[in-house]
Design a protein around this ligand. Structure first.
Ligand code: ADP
Ligand code: MG
Length: 659
């Protein structure tokens, strides 16, 4: 079905739909609500929690005048409802005031916020007596404001009637897909909507698994292994380490070397929580490859981390006959030429860097092994560059927080997984607390005390702007404020992404050598960077960070036994479900799984991130999808590649773009 077959879709609306990735009727069916507003029952203020959406019916006791303050204007209504009184405030919408009548009946729909103990709804939807809008289950679409929700609902409703669903999974006992689309877009109850979402998620997931399986079947690379030497040639290097490798580190190294020595191309994921010691596994296996006469590349997501890996490698490889070089985006042209020449001549055994390691200007003499650190940090483009560059090369990817899809595919397909167990017990992790706005002052007093008693503290700020384009807690402004206020007289440094690389490194070094007590930074410190003395991590506006990022950040502190470490997550937001997870769970994989469940299946699909959807995944759904995929593959085999949904996934189902 063409989108223009729908009533009210002219050129303009068509362009807007296209911009949202919706090109035809099928896409529109799959453009699923990210949430549903349940206006079937009234909320109860006595039990409602902050952040909850409520439908409230009552009478307007008092209506304020329009108040103007600077750029802002607002008016408010005090509304008595059967379960209590609530204040409704409308900002910058003076024209709405005429629709609110003092003494009149009103129905409100909005998110409950609590300010200094007072309950408020900010900019709620509302209607007076006899209103018909605020009722039923209302799907909310991720239109990014480009298309009104009402129009979107009209379009999807018409689409459900006109567009056939063409299911992949048609098996006994599984809800017909057409019904699922109907219930997802026009639900009669929340339960029906969720059942429908689950069914559609099953369809997607099954297609994903089938595409992956078919693709991998055609792609199983084999090549003659050129690693003939036994692992024992690395004994000297292992012995030279300042620590003993753990059992699971040794197993991971053996797994990788086993792959290198087999005639089938390696496709392995090394999963190990923050601080579990993945780097040394990467370095020793790269050194092994060097001793077998080939080159390796180690790709890290940030320059700081690449540099740190480089320093570690230099130390480990010294006197061991293995050479390494560093390449980053900030190398000068002459430097870059020199590095590239050495790599091309085969004088460099291990090239470490950011995604620059795989840029076109780098030609390896004989690349045999690629390691991708912190895979989840790389964008799709960088991953596909890796694929072209590393086609017949053995690849190991490392991740602390693999998302469930990656693990599911790994399990289902032929990505091998090695797990490195954490050397820490649960109580050695940073104790995590959530800090609200009103307690921020107290927190900084505490930071001051800690710094004075010789501890080291990170203060991490997000790089975000508020809706008015004002930067929220930018590292620079936080630094300025603290250096002159709460942390006056305490040696404090600042690093942020766009800072000159040299200055960045200097400051980081000063911090890791203990010359600075406090480091104010953006997320650049997130990945892998090690400062052994730091005990405390403060994350401002933690709700702006992904859960995996926060877990990584928290992993920056308390890496030494016997040290008390803490992590303070500041938030001004009301809904802290994700942050609360961090206070309870310290296992990276479990966090990633829980996060995927909270964020829903949209993120889980990776490339549909912008499309969004409210799918929830869980283990039982994954298991069901595997069953369906197996049944269908057995029945229809390679013919399944012709199904449009399998095709969609097929192009994306490659061996490493899976995190
Ligand atoms: P991640 O898995 O998060 O990348 P790293 O490789 O950065 O962790 O290791 C974290 C720290 O643990 C490093 O300082 C490293 O030297 C140290 N380390 C690694 N393996 C061991 C081990 N077996 N025993 C003691 N320390 C180790
Ligand atoms: Mg690491």
């Amino acid at each position: 079905m063409q989108l223009t077959d729908l009533k009210g879709v002219g050129e303009k609306t068509l362009a807007k739909l296209n911009a949202l990735g919706i090109r035809d009727g099928r896409d529109l069916l799959d453009f699923l609500p990210t949430e549903y507003w349940d206006m079937t029952r009234e909320g109860d203020l006595r039990v409602a929690r902050e952040g909850e959406y409520l439908l409230l019916k009552g009478r307007v006791r008092k209506l304020t005048k329009l108040v103007r303050t600077g750029r802002l204007n607002f008016f408010a209504a005090t509304v008595d409802t059967p379960s209590g009184t609530i204040k409704a405030v409308w900002f910058n919408a003076p024209y709405l005031r005429a629709n609110v009548e003092e003494g009149g009946e009103i129905t409100l729909w909005g998110k409950l916020s609590v300010k200094k103990g007072a309950r408020e709804l900010i900019n709620p939807g509302f209607e007076g007596a006899g209103g018909e809008r605020l009722k039923g289950i209302v799907p909310i679409y991720p239109t990014k404001g480009a298309i009104g929700q009402a129009l979107m609902r009209k379009l999807t409703a018409e689409c459900v009637a006109k567009q056939a669903a063409t299911p992949l999974v048609e098996l006994d006992g599984i809800m017909p897909l057409g019904k699922a689309y109907y219930d997802a877009h026009l639900p009669s109850s929340l339960d029906a909507a969720h059942e429908a979402m689950r069914r559609i998620a099953l369809e997607q997931l099954t297609a994903d698994l089938i595409a992956y399986k078919l693709r991998r079947a055609g792609e199983r690379h084999s090549r003659k292994s050129r690693c003939e030497k036994p692992l024992s040639i690395m004994d000297d290097m292992v012995q030279s380490l300042p620590f003993e490798l753990t059992r699971t580190q040794r197993a991971a190294i053996a797994d990788i070397v086993g792959d290198l020595r087999s005639d089938e191309c390696m496709n392995r994921m090394i999963v190990g929580d923050v601080g579990s010691g993945k780097t040394v596994v990467a370095l020793i296996t790269a050194a092994y490859v060097a001793r077998c006469g080939m080159q390796s590349a180690l790709m890290a997501p940030t320059e700081i981390l690449a540099r740190q890996h480089y320093l570690n490698a230099c130390k480990l490889f010294e006197g061991a006959g293995v050479s390494c070089a560093l390449i980053t985006g900030s190398d000068g042209a002459a430097q870059r030429r020199k590095t590239c020449a050495a790599v091309a001549a085969g004088d460099v055994d291990l090239l470490i860097g950011t995604h620059a390691v795989l840029s076109d200007s780098v030609a390896f003499a004989d690349l045999g092994y690629v390691i991708v650190d912190e895979l989840h940090k790389f964008g799709v483009r960088q991953k596909s560059a890796l694929e072209t560059k590393a086609k017949d090369v053995d690849v190991a990817v490392m991740s602390a927080t693999p998302i469930p899809r990656a693990l599911a595919l790994a399990e289902y397909g032929d990505i091998a997984v090695s797990t490195i167990e954490s050397r820490k017990s649960a109580d050695e992790y940073a104790k995590t607390e959530i800090v609200k706005d009103e307690d921020l002052g107290k927190l900084f007093d505490r930071i001051r005390e800690l710094a004075l008693s010789g501890e080291q503290i990170y203060i991490v700020c997000p790089r975000v702007e508020d809706s008015e384009g004002i930067e929220l807690a930018s590292a620079k402004s936080v630094y300025a404020e603290l250096a002159d206020g709460a942390l006056k007289g305490i040696p404090t440094g600042l690093v942020y992404g766009s800072m000159a690389e040299k200055k960045k490194t200097e400051t980081m070094t000063a911090f890791s050598e203990g010359r600075l007590s406090v480091l104010v930074a953006t997320g650049v410190v997130e990945v892998g960077v090690d400062c052994r003395g730091a005990t405390t991590m403060v994350v401002l506006h933690a709700d702006r960070f992904g859960l995996a990022s926060l877990h990584q950040l928290r992993g920056r502190v308390g890496r030494r036994k016997g040290m008390t470490s803490r992590c303070y997550l500041h938030t001004s937001g009301g809904d802290n479900a994700r942050l609360e997870l961090l206070t309870e769970e310290c296992d990276g994989s479990k966090l990633a799984e829980a996060d995927a469940e909270i964020r829903g299946y949209g993120d889980f699909m990776g490339f549909r991130q912008s499309g969004g959807s409210g799918f929830k995944i869980d283990k039982s759904l994954l298991a069901l999808a595997k069953q369906c995929a197996d049944k269908l593959l057995e029945r229809d085999g390679a013919a399944l590649a012709e199904h449009y949904r399998v095709k969609l996934f097929y192009d994306k189902a490659n061996n490493i773009s899976m995190n």
